[in-house]
Write a protein that binds this ligand. Structure first.
Ligand SMILES: [Zn+2]
Length: 257
């Protein structure tokens, strides 16, 4: 075992202690999403220079995104494939992302950190995206939050013309998931899924994520509201999706009629 590997192993052992200190030092008074990441970040910051894989280097060079977190190259490769897919489809979606943290199993399985990691992904307004799972739609969802954060106010005004006053109504939280009040899931009233009806930012992000799921747009419910095409058109206007994506989705929705 090399000296560097020894250091890495020791640091991994210490992650529970690091997290325990994190909970004690940073616990009270913090909003819940601050807690899980303060000390894991310290852990990654310390370990990252020792473990640089070829995939991590490619992510950083090709997309100009600083990679931090899981050092398992297979997992990094999955993320890289999704970033490539997004880059091919709509490079603008990557333009505000400066850093991606893919949380490692060591951190997510730590008995101290786990209770605080209730998200699958979250986004910091300054350009950092954190992921527990790196599914294509999750990556697209989080990147959409960053584009939205940097979008002009006019975009939100125009979105409000379509959805204003509808947020937070008819949805409920069942365990960790949002459902419609009758317990069902899926598109309704112009929203892609119940979570999208909670607030404007999630409405936008769920739409962009769905744009990466071609099967979603075959749902017959999408013809019951003209909000879908209006929203997609607005998202295209502000670069959240491309004209090509918009046209492909439009054809799917309209051909059902
Ligand atoms: Zn979100």
């Amino acid at each position: 075992m090399s000296a560097l590997k020894k250091i890495k192993k020791k640091l991994k052992k210490n992650v529970d202690q690091i997290a325990a200190i994190s909970a004690l030092v940073g616990g009270a008074g913090f909003v819940h999403y601050i807690i899980p990441t303060t000390f894991p970040h310290l852990y990654y910051t310390v370990t990252d220079p020792f473990i640089t894989t070829a995939t991590e280097q490619r992510i950083e060079e090709q997309f100009g995104i600083d990679y931090e977190g899981d050092s398992t190259e297979e997992k990094q490769k999955v993320l890289e494939e999704h970033l490539q897919e997004i880059y091919k489809t709509n490079p603008a979606l990557l333009s505000h992302c400066g850093k991606i943290v893919l949380h490692s199993e060591t951190v997510t399985n730590s008995s101290f950190v786990k209770p605080f990691l209730s998200f699958v992904g979250l986004t910091r307004p300054w350009g950092t995206t954190e992921l527990i799972h790196s599914g294509l739609s999750i990556v697209a969802h989080e990147l959409a939050h960053l584009v939205h954060h940097n979008a002009p106010k006019k975009f939100d005004d125009e979105l409000d013309l379509i959805f204003g006053g509808l947020y937070g109504k008819g949805v409920k939280k069942v365990e960790n998931e949002y459902r419609w009040e009758d317990g069902s899931w899926g598109p309704r009233n112009g929203f892609v899924e119940p979570y999208g009806a909670t607030k404007a930012s999630e409405n936008v992000a769920t739409y962009v994520a769905a744009a990466y799921n071609p099967y979603f747009w075959k749902n017959e419910r999408l013809q019951q509201s003209d909000k879908y095409l209006k929203t997609l058109s607005l998202l295209e206007k502000y670069g959240f999706i491309t004209l090509k994506q918009f046209e492909e989705i439009r054809v799917k929705i309209e051909n059902k009629k």
